[in-house]
Design a protein around this ligand. Structure first.
Ligand code: NAP
Length: 210
């Protein structure tokens, strides 16, 4: 596919672009300040900032191009409605790592059988917020007042354990992110399935994993 990429030189963007190119996609990086010209592209991808993403997405939709967005911290509802009016797709995923999304899915299933669970999320010391967005989403998915423990240390990348305790048994579901390339598999999946989605907004990689 011909893909326009907002944020191609960012930390996440660079890792994803390399994998898209290796998979045979033709990637056009759109620089800040450029009049975004995405005409003729099959899709636009955004890994920028919560301030930049809405205007990038609007520009792409106005040019008739559906979007895949990884940027977090913004509300896509209004642009989802705009996409729907135009018969285009806006796919937004707060987490493009297939392993992390499966971890949440398995945790939700385990919670039906194990009512007691705690989450340990471990990230590099550079991550300032705690608990992580993924830990919060997991806690919400498994319900109850799930306690989250946050660890911030050098040497860590991004890891999470969901520990279920039962009578005489423990079940631990763990996911380790060791590199930003992990986001590329989710982006490749979203590109492959973009045309099959209904027009308008779709949120979450889980919706694409059958
Ligand atoms: P980053 O390294 O700061 O990269 C952002 C990039 O976007 C920078 O290269 C920046 O350029 C560029 N940019 C800013 N405004 C732009 C605009 N108007 N048009 C085009 N490019 C623009 O940040 P990151 O770590 O890659 O993260 C980017 C976003 O993706 C964040 O919201 C993060 O939370 C999200 N993210 C999501 C996932 C997921 O799985 N959904 C995974 C990783 C990251 P300058 O540096 O020149 O300003």
């Amino acid at each position: 596919m011909k893909v326009a990429f907002f944020g191609a030189e960012g930390k996440a963007g660079a890792a994803v672009v390399a994998r898209l190119a290796a998979a045979g996609h033709e990637v056009r990086g759109i620089e800040i300040g450029d009049e975004p010209d995405v005409a003729g592209c099959d899709a636009a991808i955004d890994f920028t900032t919560p301030e930049a993403a809405p205007q990038n997405v609007r520009a792409a939709l106005e040019q008739g191009v559906s979007c895949v967005v990884g940027t977090t911290g913004w509300d896509p509802a209004e642009l989802g409605a705009f996409a729907s009016e135009k018969g285009l797709r806006l796919f937004v995923a707060p987490n493009f790592s297939i392993g992390a999304v499966l971890m949440m899915r398995f945790a939700r299933e385990a919670a039906e059988h194990f009512p007691r669970a705690e989450i340990v999320e471990l990230h590099n010391e550079a991550k300032k917020d705690a608990p992580s967005g993924t830990a919060k989403a997991t806690a919400e998915a498994i319900g109850g007042n799930t306690v989250v423990h946050s660890v911030r240390l050098p040497g860590l990348v991004a890891h999470q354990e969901v520990i279920f305790g039962g009578e005489g048994q423990l079940l631990t579901i763990r996911h380790d992110t060791t590199g930003r390339e992990s986001f590329a598999d989710g982006v490749l999946l979203a590109l492959a399935k973009l045309d099959e989605l209904p027009p308008g907004l779709t949120v979450g990689l889980d919706t694409l994993l059958s």
